[in-house]
Structures are given as structure tokens and as C-alpha cells.
Design a protein around this ligand. Structure first.
Ligand code: NAP
Ligand code: HSE
Length: 443
């Protein structure tokens, strides 16, 4: 039993929410607010209640019961015009309807919590400025890495650092697919279906497997780490569709694991080199051991050194946990700076073009097994200033795989060499190339 002297502040009226979206994340949030109600009240000093829920089809069967006292509403306006609702929680996804709802909510003086990384990556500068001008909280912890509190870490706990790089496994669906292919030999399509059934995938899974969801999250992390706006449309993005069981096996033979990474670095001149790509990660790195739908982020700060954060990056309650935490900040009366910078809007990033990026590469060619092919390939690589570190030929059919690990070279030289090779008569398929993480950036 708690006596009165232990209560730090009087119980305020419940914080009333309007929830838009009762799907995977919406259901996770509802369950957390119901099941952890007492713990939440002990932490924030007041109850948090969902009053109204906006969905497309109120007749649909839901993954959990309607919260006590809540009801479906017929329109966005009904939710926005209710003065009792202080916070709009946007868990619908998509750009247009979600963007219109958030703009209208901020205009109406309501705080907003969202998990919508796509919208924030594309329209974040505008929405954050709108929220800032109104003195409102625009919470988005759930938008990056689900339950892993990387937004708050960058905005607050690590905010005294200058960062040189960040590297992340930011998409649970892709990591689930690659891990299932690597560990269980599951086919790509079967693993994708499982990820969809488990609620990890986006409504449109090409956002996941095309690398675009990782790109959305990377844009948000770049903003938080360096206080600059990197236009989403300019970020180079490669997805995971080209990864074959052969690549996974060859990677293993070289002691690497393939992962889809979002990676950004800042050079000595303050320029940002960023991109999303499948990469060969040495098996000894912590990043290589991040399995299933787990996410991880590795940050290099000049004061703190290396930081590695790891946890569930997708799914109902891991994501709901982050949404609930943002709502609890509002309930407490905390009004954190949404972006973590004392600026109105963020300046544009000074971008290093992707072709200038320097890395070691894995190159896989399918070629006719005949005299002189290895010589011709080596000649083209040499003409493009690419030095071979290791080479391997695999297969016994007419078409075999040639695999090269290169020393560090410019991306544009690899692209040029592979374009030239692709036109040669001994080629059996499109060349494939992935970056290789260098040992100094390891764990
Ligand atoms: P979901 O399962 O597809 O649920 C979407 C919900 O929004 C549904 O209840 C749907 O209504 C409602 N909705 C969609 N469009 C609407 C519209 N125009 N008007 C009214 N209601 C609308 O999606 P989710 O997986 O929960 O994802 C929600 C958001 O969280 C997305 O931004 C996603 O990127 C993000 N996110 C998801 C995860 C995850 O693990 N799933 C993790 C992090 C972030 P009906 O139910 O009636 O169709
Ligand atoms: N589709 C996303 C993923 C959801 O798989 O990571 C979490 O943002």
C-alpha cells in the first residue's frame, strides 16, 4: 500500500488519446496501455485513455478487444474536433491520409505520436517545424528500430557527442528473411510470407525488401545524429532481392554474413556519405550476429566511443512499447525538443555522391567456363583500378561462378568495371556486387 506522502504530484485527469489505426502496432499499444495500466500510472501520475479510434473498416475482426470506454469514430474531423483529446496517435501508415491527419492535429494544437517513418523521412522537416512553431510534441520513437530507444538516445543521452558514423540493421523483415535464408536455408519468398504473417512487414512489402523502409529510418537517424536534412530522394538504396543462396554460402566461406545495412558517415569536412545496401559483415562482428527480426544500431561518438544498441525492431508490442513511451512523456508534461537541435528546421546535408564512396567489394560473376575468361575479367578490373584481394571459382557446369573480394576502391570504378563486363560474350547473368565492411569499423 502506498501512503499519501509517497505521491509526488496530485493525480491529474486522464490523458485522452485519439488513435488512428488499429492494426499490428495499434493493437500492441492498446494491449500495453491495458495490461501495464498500473505501472504506467505509477510512473506518470495519471491514467492514459484511448477515447476514439479511427480505422477504415470498423467491422473488421481485431487482434485485441476494444479498450474500455473507447469507440470507433466515423471521420478524421470527429477525432480532431474533440477538445478532450490532447494527443493524436497516428498508426495508419502511408503518406497522404496520415500526413493530412498529422498536419490537421498539429494545427488544432494537439500533440502527435507516430510510427510513420515513411512520412517523417519525406515530409519531416515541414512537420517538425510545424510542431516546433506550435510548441507541440511530435513523438516518433517507434519510427526507428521499433522497441530500441535509439531516437531518445541520440536526442538526449548521447547528445554531447560528435558522431563519425552510424551503421544499422534497421528493417526487421529483411533481417528475418536474410537470417532465415542463412540459418535454415528457407527460400526468399517463404521467409517473406512468414515475416508478413508475423506482422513485421509493411502493408506494401516492397518498402521492406527494396530497402526503402531502411532508407526512411536512416534519414531520421542522420537528422538526429548530425542535425541536417538529407533528402530521401537523394539517398542511394539497394534492396535484398538480388541476394541468392549462393551469395550466402560464398560469404560464409570468406567468413562473412550478409546483412542489409543503413550506413552513414561524416567526413572531416562535415560531408555525409550515406546509403542502404546489402553488405558482407565479418562473422566476428556483433552486427553479424543480429538475427531474426531484431534490429541493431552501432554509433561512433567522439566522447562515448562505440555504442551498440540491439532489440526487437518490429511487431506489435515492441513497437507499441515505443509509442507508449512517447505518450507517457506527454502525460508527464515533458516537452522534449523533437529533433534535438536548437534550430527552426534543419539545414540541407552536404552529400558525398555514392560513386565517390570507397569500400572493399564482393563481386560475383556468372561466366562461361572457358580459357581466358579469368584473364579478361582480371584485365577489366585492373583497367578500373580494382585490386583483387581473393578470388574463387565455383561450379562444374558450363556456367560457373567467379567470386572476387577486392581491396578498397571507388564505387564508381566497380560500377564501371561491371558495366563493361556485363557486355562481354562470356557472361551468363547480371554481375552482383556488395560492399564489404572493413575490419576497423568492426566491433
Ligand atoms: P496495419 O497493421 O496495416 O494497420 C493499419 C491500420 O490503420 C489499420 O487499422 C487500418 O484500418 C488503419 N488505416 C489505414 N489507412 C487508413 C485510413 N486512410 N483511414 C483510417 N484508417 C486507416 O499497419 P501497422 O503494421 O500497424 O503499421 C502502422 C504504422 O506503424 C506504419 O506507419 C508502419 O510503417 C509503422 N510501423 C510498423 C511496425 C510493425 O512492426 N508493423 C513497426 C514500426 C513502425 P483497418 O484495420 O480498418 O484496415
Ligand atoms: N516493416 C518494418 C520492419 C516494421 O520490418 O522493420 C518496423 O519498422
Amino acid at each position: 500500500m502506498q501512503n499519501d506522502s509517497q505521491i509526488l504530484k496530485p493525480q491529474a485527469a486522464p490523458l485522452m488519446l485519439g488513435l488512428a489505426g488499429f492494426g499490428t502496432v495499434g493493437s500492441g499499444l492498446i494491449r500495453i496501455l491495458e495490461e501495464n495500466r498500473e505501472a504506467i500510472i505509477r510512473r506518470v501520475g495519471r491514467d492514459i485513455r484511448i477515447k476514439t479510434i479511427l480505422v477504415r473498416d470498423p467491422g473488421k475482426t481485431r487482434a485485441c478487444a476494444m479498450p474500455e470506454g473507447a469507440r470507433f469514430c466515423g471521420s478524421r474531423e470527429e477525432l480532431l474536433n474533440d477538445p478532450e483529446i490532447e494527443v493524436v496517435v497516428e498508426l495508419m501508415g502511408g503518406l497522404d491520409a496520415a500526413g493530412a491527419l498529422i498536419r490537421a492535429a498539429l494545427a488544432a494544437g494537439k500533440h502527435v505520436v507516430t510510427a510513420n517513418k515513411a512520412l517523417l523521412a519525406e515530409a519531416g522537416n515541414e512537420l517538425f517545424t510545424l510542431a516546433q512553431d506550435k510548441g507541440l510534441f511530435l513523438g516518433y520513437e517507434a519510427s526507428v528500430c521499433g522497441g530500441v530507444p535509439v531516437v531518445q538516445a541520440l536526442r538526449s543521452a548521447l547528445s554531447a557527442n560528435e558522431f563519425s558514423s552510424l551503421t544499422g540493421i534497421l528493417n526487421g523483415t529483411c533481417n528475418y528473411i536474410i537470417s532465415s535464408m542463412t540459418i535454415n536455408g528457407t527460400s526468399f519468398d517463404c521467409a517473406l510470407k512468414q515475416a508478413q504473417e508475423l506482422g513485421f512487414a509493411e502493408a506494401d512489402p516492397t518498402l521492406d525488401i527494396g530497402g526503402f523502409d531502411t532508407a526512411h529510418k536512416l534519414i531520421l537517424l542522420v537528422r538526429l545524429a548530425w542535425g541536417v536534412d538529407y533528402p530521401y530522394a537523394e539517398l542511394p538504396v539497394t534492396g535484398i532481392r538480388s541476394i541468392s543462396p549462393d551469395d550466402i554460402q560464398f560469404a560464409r566461406e570468406f567468413n562473412y554474413t550478409i546483412k542489409l545495412l543503413g550506413r552513414a558517415r561524416r567526413d572531416a569536412n562535415g560531408r555525409i556519405e550515406a546509403g542502404v545496401f546489402p553488405a558482407m559483415v565479418p562473422t566476428s562482428y556483433l552486427l553479424a550476429r543480429v538475427g531474426s527480426s531484431y534490429n541493431a544500431v552501432r554509433l561512433e561518438g567522439n566522447a562515448v566511443g562505440s555504442i551498440f544498441m540491439h532489440g526487437k525492431g518490429a511487431g506489435d508490442t515492441p513497437t507499441g512499447s515505443a509509442v507508449a513511451a512517447d505518450i507517457m512523456e506527454i502525460a508527464r508534461g515533458d516537452r522534449p525538443n523533437n529533433l534535438g537541435y536548437n534550430l527552426r528546421g534543419l539545414p540541407p546535408a552536404d552529400i558525398v555522391p555514392t560513386e565517390e564512396a570507397i569500400s572493399s567489394f564482393y563481386i560475383r560473376l556468372r561466366v562461361k567456363d572457358r580459357i581466358g575468361v579469368m584473364r579478361d575479367v582480371a584485365t577489366v578490373l585492373a583497367e578500373h583500378r580494382i585490386s583483387i584481394q581473393q578470388a574463387l571459382q565455383k561450379g562444374t557446369d558450363d556456367i560457373v561462378s567467379l567470386i572476387f573480394m577486392t581491396h578498397a576502391c571507388k564505387t564508381k570504378d566497380v560500377i564501371g568495371a561491371l558495366a563493361k563486363l556485363a557486355a562481354m560474350d562470356f557472361m551468363g547473368a547480371e554481375p552482383v556486387y556488395y560492399r564489404v565492411l572493413p575490419p576497423p569499423c568492426g566491433d
